[in-house]
Design a protein around this ligand. Structure first.
Ligand code: HEC
Length: 131
């Protein structure tokens, strides 16, 4: 084998690795974008999902006979952004008066990814221990 061939192969594998990395990053971004759309659809009636969205009215809880303000996504992200499994559970087994919703696995995954992406931008995210 000539030295030149080895060099071409090595360059090719570096490019392949870079492309794989880029593709993975693009897929992750895509998941976050999907999650944002799903969250706007499924959560924004009660939660402030985006900072620009006015805060929705508190939700009436018939069990406690009072209205409860749903936390903003920014707050949810800074509290649970590092705990995707707990976050998933809070979404699929919600506390009243949040309603239980059925999700496709991909939709739930994307919503959690979106909330995690907000945590990366949250002011106190880096101070929280990763659990
Ligand atoms: C019908 C209104 C409503 C909808 C729709 C809704 N939520 Fe909620 N959610 C609430 C309320 C109200 C609370 C606060 C419950 C409490 O504190 O008792 C809450 C709490 C939560 C919590 C827990 C916060 C905590 O600190 O315990 C998470 C996480 C959450 N919502 C995520 C979501 C996501 C994600 C969606 C969309 C898929 C969604 N919610 C849709 C009303 C709603």
């Amino acid at each position: 084998m000539k030295a030149g061939t080895v060099k071409v192969r090595r360059t090719t594998s570096v490019i392949a690795a870079a492309l794989a990395f880029w593709a993975a990053a693009a897929a992750a971004d895509n998941l976050v974008v999907q999650g944002k759309l799903r969250a706007i659809e499924s959560c924004s009636a009660c939660h402030q999902v985006m900072a620009a969205q006015p805060r929705p009215a508190p939700v009436f809880d018939p069990d406690e006979n009072r209205s409860i303000q749903a936390p903003t996504f920014r707050r949810i992200a800074s509290e649970y952004g590092q705990q995707p499994r707990l976050l998933r559970k809070l979404i699929t087994n919600p506390r009243h008066p949040m309603r239980e919703q059925q999700f496709l696995a991909d939709d739930l995954r994307s919503i959690v990814a979106f909330i995690q992406s907000l945590a990366q931008n949250a002011p106190n995210a880096s101070q929280r221990p990763v659990r």
